[in-house]
Design a protein around this ligand. Structure first.
Ligand code: ZN
Length: 439
């Protein structure tokens, strides 16, 4: 801008306006609002000359340059550049301008190609990419392990693998004032991202795929990393926000149409379950029930049920019929190990990404199946401590978090059918509720 002002002074021009498109690359195809404004001003004859630092600052695309030359011709606009003496009023000036423009285009294309290849090469060698923020567990050089944070990474990985939910681990870190990489608090999302990142197991990712063994040291093993990613990718683990605040999400069934009720607070925030109708829902919209009431009732019923000898007998029977937990655990571990081996082989460039994806598929299917079987077994294992000990569970109940409470209720109750409300009956009406106990 300084240079252009000086040039204007030398040419004896009065500076009418300055047009600056900051941070907008003329290459990316996005519009340049200031450039457009300048064209408007030219057309309106508010300005009679344009000065630029270099032609490639003015137009960076040959098409744009041609249009601009046409416009200048038509309006007899003078063009000046600080760095070159181009007069597009002459043939030789135009030729120079076109050549400069073409050259700039070539350089830009060439540069982005070069950069892309450079990034690929860096990734394939397992080296860290430049830029970005400091990864958790490592120093700013992205290579040196920061021991205090590495200990936290290990702790979190161990707790996650032991079955603790991500959000509970994040809450605990915040309670202990353990800062994240940026010095802030942990969110379940940021903790999940950190734990799922192949970086902490010393693997280099490029465009979302593990491409090489990294040059930096691993904090957890690649097998642990693969297990964590498989665990976090398991949709059965995922709980939505509503499920966390609503004990019975997925367990209540509409007595009218048979759809599952969903959390639907009243305007004003009073918690409520409803048979939802409308976009994305397939319910009838006829059944609503106050959440506090139904949760209190179902909890009480579950606690009584857990004390009954009938449940104990039923569980023992099921235990006998239940698939062998050890077998499925082994199956899951084998599949995970194979996935890790595959990733490693791929990292060493033993086969292509397409082959890798094809090889992964059957193993992932086996893993999913094994997990489902395991989930069936673990649904009852959450109860082991409490069978025949309803009093113990009653004492512990309030100290359990909602996901634990939900797991216990879901282990005992298949569903609770919610019938229509009686007209004119305002109090809680337990005759509306019919629990369906698990066999
Ligand atoms: Zn319904």
């Amino acid at each position: 801008m300084e240079d252009c002002r000086r040039l204007a002074e030398r040419c004896g021009y009065v500076v009418a306006d300055c047009y600056v498109d900051d941070d907008v690359s003329a290459w990316s195809g996005t519009t340049r609002p200031e450039f457009e404004r300048m064209l408007d001003d030219l057309q309106a004859r508010r300005i009679g000359a344009v000065l630029a630092w270099h032609l490639d600052r003015l137009t960076r695309h040959p098409r744009e340059l041609e249009a601009f030359i046409d416009l200048c011709d038509r309006l007899r606009v003078k063009l000046g550049c600080v760095t070159s003496d181009v007069d597009i009023g002459t043939h030789i000036g135009r030729l120079t301008a076109r050549m400069l423009g073409g050259l700039a285009r070539y350089e830009s294309d060439h540069k982005s190609e070069r950069i892309r290849r450079k990034h690929e090469e860096i990734a394939a060698k397992g080296r860290a990419s430049g830029g970005g923020s400091r990864p958790y567990g490592y120093e700013a050089d992205k290579l040196t392990v920061r021991p205090a944070e590495a200990a936290i990474v290990n702790e979190c990985a161990r707790r996650l693998l032991a079955g603790e939910p991500v959000r509970s681990i994040a809450a605990d870190l915040n309670k202990r004032a353990v800062p994240s990489a940026t010095g802030g608090r942990w969110s379940p999302q940021s903790l999940r991202r950190m734990l799922a990142s192949p970086r902490i197991s010393g693997q280099r990712v490029h465009h979302g795929e593990i491409v090489a063994k990294a040059v930096w040291p691993a904090i957890i093993s690649s097998k642990e990393g693969a297990t964590i990613r498989a665990l976090l990718a398991n949709p059965e683990r995922r709980t939505n926000r509503a499920a966390r605040r609503y004990l019975l999400t997925g367990l209540l069934v509409c007595g009218h149409c048979g759809e599952r009720l969903v959390a639907r607070p009243r305007t004003g925030g009073k918690r409520r379950y409803a048979c939802a109708k409308g976009p994305g829902f397939s319910g009838c919209g006829k059944i609503y029930i106050n959440a506090d009431d139904v949760e209190r009732f179902v909890t009480a019923a579950v606690l009584i049920r857990l004390d009954s000898s009938a449940l104990q007998r039923a569980l023992e029977q099921r235990q006998r019929r239940a698939p062998d937990a050890q077998r499925w655990l082994q199956e899951a571990e084998q599949a995970q190990a194979q996935l890790a081996e595959l990733a490693e082989a791929y990292g060493q460039r033993e086969f292509s990404i397409v082959e890798w994806k094809a090889a992964r598929k059957p193993i992932e299917q086996r893993l999913t199946h094994a997990r489902r079987q395991l989930a069936k077994v673990s649904r009852t294992s959450v109860l082991d401590r409490y069978i025949g000990n309803g009093a113990g569970l009653r004492a512990d109940w309030d100290s359990l978090d909602l996901s634990q409470q939900h797991a216990i209720v879901a282990a005992v109750v298949d569903s609770v059918v919610v019938g229509p409300a009686r007209r004119g009956y305002n109090r809680f009406d337990e005759s509306r509720l019919t629990p369906v106990w698990r066999p």
